[in-house]
Structures are given as structure tokens and as C-alpha cells.
Write a protein that binds this ligand. Structure first.
Ligand SMILES: O=c1ccn([C@H]2C[C@H](O)[C@@H](COP(=O)(O)OP(=O)(O)OP(=O)(O)O)O2)c(=O)[nH]1
Ligand SMILES: [Mg+2]
Length: 161
């Protein structure tokens, strides 16, 4: 068995193309975590600007799953374009068009994306639903309440921010 035919953690998901002229989004390589989402319309992002971009697809995730709209690292590294609400959350019950909220973090350059460009990637994951039990005191742990940098290790000099 090669990586190409190992089913891994495959899950069947119903997909509806609202824009049948665009291809169904697909994984670039077998085993990739993210499948690229396409822009269904051209978009111009002024420096610092944002836009909500249609992808032309809607999906029906099985209960117990969610999809997350992640940025593409190439767009981020080369052009400063990322997803504003990263990662965007697609709920299992959502049947509307998947939209990508892009932001151009470059303060000087306008960004132009064409219809059909790969603008973000969708990661499908299993998620748990919480059943909360309220208590007066939580069980202890090694970390306790330490967070937000409690373990240290920053290269930035004190007073620099
Ligand atoms: O990047 C995103 C994020 C969300 N959605 C859709 C699917 C998701 O299920 C729905 C709601 O998203 P979220 O809960 O993040 O937004 P909200 O502001 O809380 O809206 P709502 O009140 O509809 O839950 O919007 C997208 O298409 N793209
Ligand atoms: Mg919500």
C-alpha cells in the first residue's frame, strides 16, 4: 500500500457547487491536511484592506466534525495576505456558501486575486461537544493557572514593547 491508496482518516462529505464552472476543491498531495479553496470572484485588497470572498461551494459535514478555514502560507509569506478570523470555523450544520475573510496586512502594496485563485485552505477535523458540569473547585494540575508567557523564553528585550 502506498500513501496514495492508504485511506487514512478519510471521511465522506456532501459538497454542492454553487458555481459549477469552478473545479471541486482538492488536496494538492495525498495526505495533505488542507484542501485549497478557490476564489469565486476577483478581489482587490487595498493596503490594510479586507474582503469576504465567496468560494462557490457549500458542504454538509457529519455531526462531530468541523471545517477550519486556514490561511495559505505562501500568500502570507510573499504578500502579507492572511485570513482575518484565522482559522474560520465552518459548523457541521452550516449549509451556506463557505466564505473566506481575507486581509491584506501589507501597508503599501495593493493585492489583486483572480477568480479561480487558491486563497485559503480547508482543514476537516473531528470535534467534541462539551457537556459542562459546574464545580466549585477544579482538580489541580502541574501548570495550574500559569499561562500567557509564564514559562518565559522570549528574545525580545524587556521594555522593547
Ligand atoms: O471563515 C468563515 C467563518 C464562518 N463561516 C460561516 C460558517 C459558520 O458555520 C458560520 C458562522 O461562523 P461563526 O460562528 O464563526 O460566526 P459568527 O459571527 O459567530 O456568526 P453566527 O452568529 O452565524 O454563528 O459562518 C464562513 O463561511 N467562513
Ligand atoms: Mg457563531
Amino acid at each position: 500500500m502506498t500513501e496514495n491508496d492508504d485511506p487514512g482518516a478519510d471521511v465522506d462529505i456532501l459538497l454542492h457547487r454553487l458555481d459549477p464552472d469552478l473545479p471541486v476543491p482538492s488536496y494538492a498531495h495525498p495526505g495533505d491536511a488542507g484542501l485549497d479553496l478557490l476564489a469565486a470572484a476577483p478581489v482587490v485588497l487595498p493596503p490594510g484592506g479586507r474582503a469576504t470572498v465567496p468560494t462557490g461551494i457549500a458542504i454538509a459535514l457529519p455531526r462531530g466534525f468541523a471545517a477550519f478555514v486556514h490561511p495559505r502560507s505562501g500568500l502570507a509569506a510573499k504578500h502579507g495576505i492572511t485570513t482575518l478570523n484565522a482559522p474560520g470555523t465552518i459548523d457541521a450544520g452550516y449549509r451556506g456558501e463557505i466564505k473566506v475573510i481575507l486581509v491584506n496586512t501589507d501597508t503599501r502594496a495593493e493585492a489583486r486575486l483572480e477568480r479561480g485563485d487558491r486563497i485559503a485552505q480547508l482543514v476537516i477535523q473531528q470535534v467534541a461537544s462539551a457537556r459542562f458540569t459546574e464545580v466549585e473547585r477544579l482538580p489541580g494540575s502541574d501548570r495550574g493557572a500559569g499561562g500567557l508567557g509564564s514559562t518565559g523564553g522570549y528574545a525580545i528585550a524587556e521594555g522593547a514593547h
